[in-house]
Write a protein that binds this ligand. Structure first.
Ligand SMILES: Cc1cc2nc3c(=O)[nH]c(=O)nc-3n(C[C@H](O)[C@H](O)[C@H](O)COP(=O)(O)OP(=O)(O)OC[C@H]3O[C@@H](n4cnc5c(N)ncnc54)[C@H](O)[C@@H]3O)c2cc1C
Length: 226
């Protein structure tokens, strides 16, 4: 059994370029292509968002990759519009194999500092892993069968792509104190990155400012493809 922390990786992007491409798409509506200046996207996007003219944000997208728990992706895959997922398949991945270092990886729960809760959680995960490995050692057992033992805390890799409008919507819901703690832990640091890189679009998106900063998932940039 390995206990790992959540990670969020974001594809390399240039926020200003994204916003300028959104401006170009948006100016089709008013045939005001001639009004583009180095900074004209700022006012245009701010005004569009204020007036609810948000479909223009659908012309650009961003991809992230997460190491998260199954519970997180169970919540987040409820989003249907403008959203695409590729998720590590528990139907094909057999964690008793060398490829997975013969371990189930579990995401450390947000309450890991509370020793009483953490001990119960850890003992439970250990016993689940024991059962999983015992079942895996039987002849002919498939990953399909093994997955019935996997709990919400199981670590999984998820690639998620959304258009910018949908990111704004998802982050509004998933960075609020009403979202599950492991979801806030993952998405608040991502929202803060987007607030820095594209303030005209994301600065008004609220988030739970009381969520402990030391619990934020580590955020990294994905390396560029060759
Ligand atoms: C705090 C929290 C608690 C939740 N608890 C539960 C729960 O207990 N049980 C449960 O089942 N779900 C729960 N959900 C999931 C929630 O109900 C939504 O299914 C999920 O957040 C997806 O959001 P969305 O509906 O905005 O869909 P998205 O796919 O993100 O859609 C974006 C927007 O497009 C529009 N849209 C999309 N599809 C349709 C449609 N078919 N008809 C009309 N308009 C549409 C809506 O305006 C929608 O907001 C919870 C979500 C949150 C954030």
């Amino acid at each position: 059994m390995k206990v790992v922390k959540p990670i969020i990786q974001c594809e390399v992007f240039d926020g200003v370029k994204i916003m300028k491409r959104l401006e170009r798409a948006c100016r089709t509506c008013y045939r005001s292509e001639g009004k583009v200046t180095a900074t004209s996207y700022k006012k245009l996007l701010t005004n569009c968002i204020k007036s609810g003219h948000e479909s223009i944000l659908e012309h650009e997208k961003l991809t992230i990759r997460m190491r998260c728990d199954i519970g997180l992706y169970k919540d987040v895959t409820r989003h249907r519009a403008g959203t695409s997922f590729s998720i590590e398949s528990t139907r094909y991945c057999n964690y008793s194999k060398d490829k997975f270092t013969n371990n189930i990886h579990f995401i450390e729960p947000v309450y890991s500092d509370d020793k009483r809760k953490y001990e119960i959680w850890k003992n439970t995960m250990q016993s689940i892993e024991e059962g999983y490995m015992k079942l895996a050692s039987l002849d002919g057992v498939t990953a399909d069968e093994l997955r019935m033992l996997l709990p919400h805390s199981t670590a999984a890799e998820v690639t998620m792509t959304c258009n910018i409008r949908q990111w704004k919507h998802i982050l509004t819901l998933r960075c609020s104190s009403h979202a599950h703690a492991s979801v806030q832990q993952m998405f608040i640091p991502f929202l803060l990155l987007l607030k820095r890189e594209m303030p005209e679009i994301f600065e008004t998106v609220p988030y739970n400012e009381n969520f402990p900063v030391e619990k934020y998932a580590k955020i990294e940039m994905l390396s560029e493809v060759e």
